[in-house]
Design a binder for this molecule. Sequence first.
Ligand code: SF4
Length: 331
Amino acid sequence: MRPFKYSNATDVATATQQLAANPNARFLAGGTNLLDLMKEDVERPDELIDITRLNLTQIKSLSGGGLSIGGLGKNTDAANHPLVRQNYPLLTQAILAGASGQIRNMATNGGNLLQRTRCPYFYETSMPCNKREPGSGCGAREGINRMHAIFGWSDSCVAVYPSDMSVALAALDAIVRVRNAGGQERTIPFEDFHRLPGSTPEKDTNLEHGELIVAIELPKNNFAEKSYYLKVRDRASYAFALVSVAAALEMDGTRIKQSRIALGGVAHKPWRALKAEKMLVGKEATEANFVAAAAAEMADARPLEHNAFKVELGRRSIVRALQMALDGGKS
Ligand code: SF4
């Protein structure tokens, strides 16, 4: 690991100002991804600003309904908080599907959103990678790309985004609240927080340098009774998703009043299945309608050489997640 300067921030203003002053500085929160990347020589910050002591851990109800989750709270605490379990069980399920208990105890909510891809070529510094070194090429495009994207990729990058938590947050229409070095706050709809790779795959998000995630806000909804997070992976524990689905339904009798579906493991960001969602509104919650919606969504997939299986896997996973959501996660 290369030498770096380390400091301990005591307040948000100092932390954001310090970061903004050095383009090569990074915030250090749980460190569960950043420190790995530094050890592998992928990330090379010359300054780490430790933000773990900042008072941004609270989970609290919002005045108009909804919930605010502190950016520096631990993943474990978010997953197990009574208000999250009661009103957003989809989020609890997604967080608990990710990583291991030890990692969730360290990882923060804001840090989870900022995880970088687990594309093996990104970690292997002897290989070309436009995300690690812009302009060097993409090892995965013509290489082994079984784990890679089937939606929204570009010739510059075919990586997928690894977070499970973010897939649920996308389905729940979360909002990311950030604060900059001048003390101004802005909110970023979750859909706009992560980016597709385009010609700038080195940029994972639309966060500006110097901005800190202070909270993640969840709007009030009626999905708690019927939601489900399905994660399909190569082994039962501690693996990233081949495909995952966050599904939520609001019913009006036997008809679907609203649906939310987001996919993980298929794109450079959580992939909202908007076509499928739209097809389900006003329809009976039948297997035939779930199958038709899933097929319509997956018809737009563009698989790579080694991951065509994800198209059928995605179609079946959407149907299964919707069935599980309809049954309240019990079937
Ligand atoms: Fe790098 Fe993206 Fe290509 Fe992986 S897919 S090698 S992260 S450019």
